[in-house]
Design a protein around this ligand. Structure first.
Ligand code: ATP
Ligand code: MG
Length: 404
């Protein structure tokens, strides 16, 4: 498995060729030893789901790669877009199937090469079928010479404008001219479930994506202050969930009414401590939802020192309210890095739509940055915590989101 190509060839105006297969390579998956079959079958299941309606006839697990056989009318653009988001894919290519016969491969490659404009190229062959009469370097040399003659381009092994890949397997061969980068990571669902606290902000969608990319299925929990505040934050959470669902295919989003709970906190907790108390209540409610949905950990978009509630002491105080692990995949990232990643995964534009969520509601001017568990527990004695948690859990609305 190698890096994606830096393909700088242009397609000529001639009739477009119609790929007959998509070849998918997995990266880290290959390292998983005894668990490998389970990882691959999860990846295949996800690929099936992701490519629904794109004209995929069947999906096959061949040694070292997964091959999607395409209908003649397959929707190439949609397929590419869907494959790009499948977790666990290292790279993928739309290409062509031929019989495993040198002359036939060569003829088909020459025809395809003529459709592109490039000054330099290389051929890279992988021979999974060791009984094939030529070795990989021999195939590269033979077909390379033919392409050179046919196109006038020169061979450049280090930095070519165009790379042609050949894969020879028992009974069939594939070739393709562009290797596209996949999402990487592990197939969504293989690592189990987590419950993510999803605000309408920039960070938590990125945190969700990162956990899905490590193989988790994310259950989403959003706290809103409707009807005290408008429905904007719920709409954003829903739209964010829709984008994220493109990588896990089915999502449960819990919309938890939190405004009244905050109003109660305001009446009995001193201003500077409120933010941490709100967060601890969110954690407890999310944990109840996690139990109900068999999620094993909580996830937040917190990043150390970013705001008052994310100092080391406040994170510690917030964490003390949880019995499950709280995972914080963004803890060491800068805001700009997070924003860049949000743009890449397609959540940034939704996140920056102005809104007020429950975090901006009843937030004191000067929240304490150094709270202790003892101090917060003392403040919480003024509240009926179990009743507030129940109020949140029972008031939650569940939205099911599917993709495609
Ligand atoms: P984000 O961009 O994810 O909103 P932030 O930088 O605005 O993060 P905070 O508002 O302090 O930081 O929130 C920290 C984390 O707490 C969020 O990343 C999210 O996991 C959780 N959180 C905050 N507000 C909500 C909410 N309304 N619903 C669900 N989770 C929330
Ligand atoms: Mg926020």
């Amino acid at each position: 498995m190698s890096a994606p190509d830096n393909n700088r060839a242009e397609e000529t105006a001639g009739s477009p060729s119609t790929p007959t297969v998509a070849v998918v390579h997995y990266g880290e998956l290959a390292l998983k030893g005894k668990n490998r079959p389970a990882f691959i079958s999860q990846l295949i299941k996800n690929l099936k789901r992701a490519t629904e309606g794109c004209g995929v006839r069947r999906i096959r697990n061949l040694t070292g790669r997964i091959v999607l056989d395409l209908e003649p009318a397959a929707d190439r653009a949609t397929l590419e877009d869907r494959l790009r988001r499948v977790m666990g894919v290292a790279n993928y290519s739309l290409g062509f199937k031929t019989p495993p016969v040198t002359e036939e491969i060569q003829e088909a490659i020459e025809r395809e090469a003529e459709r592109h404009r490039f000054r330099s190229f290389r051929i890279r062959t992988k021979r999974a079928d060791k009984t094939f009469p030529l070795t990989s370097p021999e195939i590269n040399a033979k077909i390379g010479a033919a392409v050179r003659e046919r196109t006038g381009a020169s061979v450049n092994l280090d930095d070519p404008e165009f790379t042609i890949h050949i894969e020879i397997l028992p009974g069939e061969a594939f070739f393709y001219v562009e290797r596209l980068p996949g999402a990487g990571g592990l197939p969504a669902g293989i690592s189990g479930k987590v419950a993510v606290l999803l605000s309408g902000g920039i960070d938590s969608p990125v945190a969700t994506y990162r956990m899905m990319r490590r193989g988790c299925e994310a259950v989403l929990v959003h706290f809103h202050a409707y009807p005290i505040l408008p429905k904007t934050s719920q709409r954003k959470a829903r739209e964010l969930a829709e984008v994220l669902t493109r990588s896990q295919y089915h999502t449960r989003l819990y919309l938890v009414p939190f405004g009244d709970i905050q109003s109660t906190v305001v009446t009995c907790v001193p201003g500077p401590l409120r933010v941490v108390v709100y967060r601890r209540l969110m954690i407890r409610i999310a944990e109840e939802i996690a139990h109900k949905t068999h999620a094993k950990a909580l996830v937040t978009g917190e990043s150390l020192g970013q705001v008052a509630s994310q100092t080391l002491s406040n994170l510690t105080t917030i964490e003390a309210a949880a019995t499950m692990p709280i995972l914080r995949p963004l803890i060491g990232m800068d805001k700009q890095e997070i924003a860049d990643e949000a743009a890449r995964i397609g959540t940034f534009e939704i996140s920056i739509v102005p809104d007020q969520d429950c975090c901006t509601l009843f937030t004191p001017k000067h929240p304490a940055t150094r709270t202790t568990v003892r101090e917060i527990e003392a403040a919480e004695t003024a509240l009926d915590v179990p009743a507030l948690v129940r109020q949140g859990v029972e008031g939650a609305e569940v939205v099911e989101i599917a993709f495609p």
